[in-house]
Design a protein around this ligand. Structure first.
Ligand SMILES: [Ca+2]
Ligand SMILES: [Ca+2]
Length: 127
């Protein structure tokens, strides 16, 4: 079942808010929900940077830095120097290969998203 899903995912083609799923049952076009669009955006952003150098499926430190700089500029203001970037990479790099793979990246995105959620939740409490 999981293998089948992976195959379906591998043949996803994006076309402005819709995607085409090719499986044994043939092609079908599906309109994406907001959450599905967000998920595919995260994947696309990761790939945009991970493909630049070396391993195409992993972010090396310079790719991570470019991603943070361009895509999370507010957060990047807290990563001021090389030491801060080194320690962030060390925190994210769960398997210790000195690169950030998609799973490690997702852990990071989840963390940041949960922090944002907590922040907005507390904002409402003050009203
Ligand atoms: Ca790379
Ligand atoms: Ca790693």
């Amino acid at each position: 079942m999981e293998e089948e899903m992976r195959h379906e995912m591998a043949t996803l083609q994006l076309h402005d808010g819709t995607f085409e799923v090719t499986s044994e049952k043939g092609k079908r076009r599906v309109r994406m929900t907001n959450l599905e669009t967000s998920m595919s955006t995260i994947i696309a952003v990761f790939q945009k940077y991970s493909e630049r150098e070396g391993d195409k499926h992993k972010l090396k430190k310079s790719e991570l830095k470019e991603l943070l700089h361009d895509e999370l500029p507010d957060l990047m203001t807290h990563v001021k120097d090389q030491a801060a970037l080194d320690s962030l990479m060390e925190t994210l790099d769960a398997d210790g290969d000195s690169e950030c793979d998609f799973q490690e990246f997702m852990t990071f995105i989840s963390m940041v998203t949960v922090c944002c959620h907590d922040y907005f939740e507390h904002e409402h409490e003050d009203e």
